[in-house]
Design a protein around this ligand. Structure first.
Ligand SMILES: Cc1ncc(COP(=O)(O)O)c(C=O)c1O
Length: 399
């Protein structure tokens, strides 16, 4: 059996991280991995999370098996976080705890494959590197639509033009906010256009909400999702608590299905539970119990999240200012208009290699940088490095 095992390429992201770790330069800059870092370069445990953990330890709840759908208070809190506290939409949703946002995406992919096996999933290009592998692992066909910028923001015209090829019942996979990797988010008017398109063409949105609270705020970042839910019968949501609660390794997330009415939800829940039962049975309790505590005692958590959001926005602004001072070309300065932890640099693989080799700056080969990984004292040096590599002549293919 093992002799016939197809060769699996190692994940290029981890290879880059290994290269970073073994790079001896003291002024190297890691903008690869998608985690929040504070101004000292740490990814701290939030104080609100530590306090919740103390309360949980003192309560010493049994470690016995839990429900297949996970922690009920967590599911309830996540539904309200995503949809709002006082909305009729809460009556027509089913939310179940998952193993991180990735687990939510995979569970929903399996759900789609069961309910609508011939649906195509339309994913943004550029898009999150793991979307296509997750969807294809569930047996779904994936196609892409352009997600690019013009002078004012998202070029909605090209996105909608590409989606004209989608058929009724197809899935449109959208990032709820803080698009990874481009940082390009729709305006409110553009969300309305996307909702109108989905309604008119019978397309079903799957919203990947991995950064709620990292853009403009918890409520503001949910605008697109809530608008779609208000306009459409069926919406799917994959949510992650990795970033906005800093619960990365606790693998805490939720899958939500919104239906036209409450009636089919019992079957939706039973189906989701059957799918998890055949995979990992039930999700781990700890992260969800922490999150449920944060919902109850939200003040410290929300203040800490606001501080993270501000640091990311300030870093982005300071980098944009430094680029402007260096006279960087316009495409490099576009990152000032983008949002969240990431931006996609207008640099090719050769330029990204030179950035790494000549300046010790590590981003992904595709040009993605994690703005939240940048420390205040590194900003001017990064701006200089970006301008230098952007001026390199194009590489000629060897004869
Ligand atoms: C767009 C997007 N979706 C989903 C995820 C997965 O989140 P999790 O770590 O909770 O599995 C990430 C993580 O980086 C992401 O960027």
């Amino acid at each position: 059996m093992l002799a016939a095992l197809p060769l699996a390429e190692p994940d290029p992201l981890w290879a880059l991280l290994r290269a970073f770790r073994t790079d001896g330069r003291t002024d190297k800059i890691d903008l690869v991995v998608g985690v929040y870092r504070d101004a000292t370069g740490e990814t701290p445990v939030m104080r609100a999370v530590q306090e919740a953990e103390v309360r949980l330890a003192l309560a010493a709840a049994s470690k016995s098996y839990r429900a297949l759908s996970g922690n009920a208070a967590f599911n309830d809190g996540m539904a309200k976080l995503l949809l709002g506290e006082n909305t009729m939409a809460l009556e027509r949703q089913c939310t179940i705890q998952t193993v991180g946002g990735t687990g939510a995406l995979r569970l929903l992919a399996d759900f789609i494959a069961l309910a609508s096996p011939h649906a195509t999933v339309w994913s943004t290009n550029p898009g999150y590197v793991n979307h296509r592998p997750i969807m294809t692992a569930a047996g779904l066909a994936v196609r892409s639509f352009r997600w690019q910028e013009n002078e004012t923001g998202l070029d909605i015209g090209t996105a909608i033009a590409d989606l004209q090829q989608a058929r009724q019942g197809d899935i449109v996979l959208l990032h709820g906010c803080c698009h990874n990797p481009s940082g390009i988010d729709p305006s409110r008017e553009q969300w309305r256009q996307l909702a109108e398109l989905c309604g008119r063409r019978g397309l079903i949105p799957l919203i990947d909400m991995a950064y709620q609270g990292f853009g403009d705020g918890i409520e503001e970042d949910a605008f697109g999702l809530r608008h779609l839910v208000g306009e459409l019968e069926t919406v799917l949501v994959a949510a992650s608590c990795s970033k906005n609660m800093g619960l990365y390794c606790e693998r805490t997330g939720a899958a939500m299905v919104i239906a036209a009415e409450a009636r089919p939800l019992a079957n939706v829940r039973a189906t989701l539970e059957r799918l998890t039962r055949a995979s990992y049975s039930m999700p781990p309790e700890h992260g969800a119990a922490i999150a449920a505590d944060l919902f109850e005692n939200s003040r410290t958590w929300l203040a800490e999240l606001a501080a993270c959001r501000k640091r990311v926005a300030d870093t982005r602004r300071d980098l944009a200012d430094a680029l402007a001072r260096c006279g960087a070309p316009e495409p490099l300065q576009a990152l000032s208009r983008q949002k969240g932890m990431f931006s996609l640099l207008p640099l090719d693989q050769h330029q990204m290699n030179r950035l790494r080799q000549d300046f010790g700056v590590y981003g992904t080969a595709s040009g993605r940088i994690n703005i939240a990984g940048l420390l205040p004292h590194q900003i001017d040096r990064l701006a200089d490095a970006l301008v230098s590599v952007s001026e390199l002549p194009p590489v000629k293919a060897s004869a």
